[in-house]
Ligand binder design. Structure first.
Ligand code: SF4
Length: 372
C-alpha cells in the first residue's frame, strides 16, 4: 500500500530497459529529434509524418519487422535522418501471451513486455463501436480494495509506446470485424495520472492523423482522483476525463480507496471546478457494491455531488474482486439506485462488467499468470 502522503511517480519505479521505442515519440518529439539530427524543421516534420504513417497506419501486420536503410529510403526519408531513426526500436514492444475470449463477445489479452512483465488489454464490442481498454502501468500503487491489480503494488511505468502498442495488437486481433475499433479507454491496469507524461504522449499519438487518427472525444483517461494532476491533465492530454468515484462520502470512499486520504472529495471537486474546460464534462464511474454504497441515501448523495460539475455517471455493478467482504449488488438495489439518480436529473448509464467468465475484473488474468 502507498503512503497516502506521497504521490507515486516515475521517480519511485523502474523504467523500461532497452533502446528508446519509436512508438513512444509523438509527432512533435520525433520532429525535434530529427531536427537535432540535421534536418530543417520542415524536412523533419515531413520525415516524422512518413515514419508515423508507416508505423501506425499502413502496416497493421508485421509489427516486429525491424528498420533498415532500404525501408527508410522506400518511405522517402532522406539519408540524413537514418542514423537517428535506426537508433530507435521500431518493433512492437508487446507480444500476446494469452487470449481469453468471453461468452459475451469481449476478449481479454494478456500481453508480455520485452522485459517479461504482463499487462492486460480488453477488446469490448458494443452494437455501434468496439472499445479497447488499455493499461498505463505494470501493477498499481493505489491499492483500491476492490481491485486485483492493486494487490501487488506497482512494478514499473509503461512507456507511451507500450501503451499505444496495446492498440496496435488489439487492431491486429480484431482485424476487419465490425463494429470497428473507435474508442480507447485508459481503465486497465494502473493509475494513468501516476504516469501522466507517458499517458499524455500516448493520447497525442492516438489522436494524431498520421498515427491512430481517433477523435479526442473517443479517448478517455480514468483516474481514481489524483486531484493535483487534474490541471496538468487538461493541459497535456488529448482525451476526455473520467473519475472513479465509487462513494459520495469521505468516510465510505476512504474505506475502499486509500487515495481519498490524500485527496478527499472536497479537494477533488475543487480541482474539477477550477480546471474543467468550458463545454467539457466529466464521466463519474461508480462501482456499485452490494450493501456498501448502493442505498437510496447513497444515490441521493451521489446526485448532489455530481451536480457540482458538468458530468454524467456510469454505474458499474461490481465484479467479484480480492476483498471477499465486497459483493455484487442485487438487481433490485441496482434498479432503485439508478431510478433515483435519473429522477434527480443525473445523466446515468449502467455499464455491465464484461468478460466475467474469463476474469472480468482488471488485473485478474495477470494475477493468475504471476501465481503460475
Ligand atoms: S482501481 Fe485503478 S487505481 Fe485502483 S488499484 Fe486498481 S488499477 Fe490502481
Amino acid at each position: 500500500m502507498i503512503n497516502p502522503g506521497t504521490t507515486p511517480g516515475s521517480g519511485l519505479t523502474r523504467k523500461r530497459p532497452g533502446l528508446p521505442l519509436l512508438a513512444s515519440l509523438p509527432s512533435r518529439e520525433l520532429s525535434a529529434l530529427l531536427t537535432r539530427s540535421g534536418g530543417s524543421p520542415s524536412q523533419a516534420a515531413s520525415a516524422a509524418a512518413k515514419v508515423l504513417r508507416h508505423t501506425f497506419r499502413v502496416r497493421p501486420e508485421g509489427l516486429d519487422s525491424p528498420w533498415d536503410q532500404a525501408l527508410l529510403r522506400d518511405l522517402g526519408v532522406g539519408a540524413w535522418a537514418h542514423p537517428a531513426l535506426l537508433a530507435l526500436d521500431a518493433r512492437c514492444s508487446l507480444t500476446i501471451a494469452e487470449r481469453a475470449p468471453a461468452l459475451d463477445g469481449s476478449e481479454r489479452l494478456l500481453l508480455a513486455t520485452l522485459d517479461g512483465n504482463y499487462v492486460e488489454t480488453v477488446l469490448i464490442p458494443a452494437p455501434n463501436r468496439t472499445t479497447v481498454c488499455v493499461s498505463s502501468q505494470v501493477g498499481c500503487a493505489r491499492a483500491c480494495s476492490f481491485c486485483e491489480t492493486g494487490v501487488n503494488g506497482l512494478t514499473r511505468q509503461l512507456d507511451a509506446g507500450e501503451i499505444v502498442d496495446q492498440l496496435r495488437i488489439a487492431r491486429l486481433v480484431w482485424g476487419d470485424r465490425l463494429p470497428a475499433i473507435q474508442n480507447v479507454v485508459f481503465m486497465g491496469m494502473g493509475e494513468p495520472f501516476d504516469n501522466l507524461t507517458e499517458v499524455a504522449k500516448a493520447t497525442q499519438l492516438l489522436t494524431d492523423d498520421n498515427a491512430f487518427a481517433l477523435s479526442r472525444s473517443r479517448v478517455t483517461v480514468s483516474t481514481v482522483g489524483v486531484a493535483d494532476k487534474i490541471g496538468p491533465f487538461f493541459e497535456s492530454c488529448k482525451a476526455e476525463l473520467a473519475v472513479s468515484l465509487n462513494a459520495a462520502t469521505d468516510e465510505k470512499r476512504g474505506r475502499i480507496m486509500p487515495v481519498n486520504q490524500r485527496f478527499p472529495l472536497q479537494t477533488l471537486f475543487a480541482e474539477l471546478e477550477q480546471h474543467l474546460p468550458r463545454g467539457r464534462r466529466v464521466l463519474f464511474e461508480y462501482v456499485l457494491i452490494g450493501g456498501f454504497n448502493d442505498s437510496p441515501e447513497d444515490a441521493r448523495e451521489l446526485a448532489k455531488l455530481s451536480a457540482r460539475v458538468r458530468s454524467r455517471v456510469n454505474v458499474i455493478p461490481m465484479n467479484p474482486g480480492p476483498d471477499p467482504t465486497l459483493s455484487t449488488p442485487s438487481k433490485s438495489s441496482l434498479d432503485e439506485f439508478v431510478a433515483i439518480l435519473v429522477e434527480l436529473g443525473v445523466t446515468t448509464l449502467v455499464r455491465r462488467p464484461r468478460g466475467r467468465d474469463v476474469g472480468g475484473a482488471c488485473g485478474q488474468l495477470a494475477a493468475l499468470r504471476r501465481s503460475r
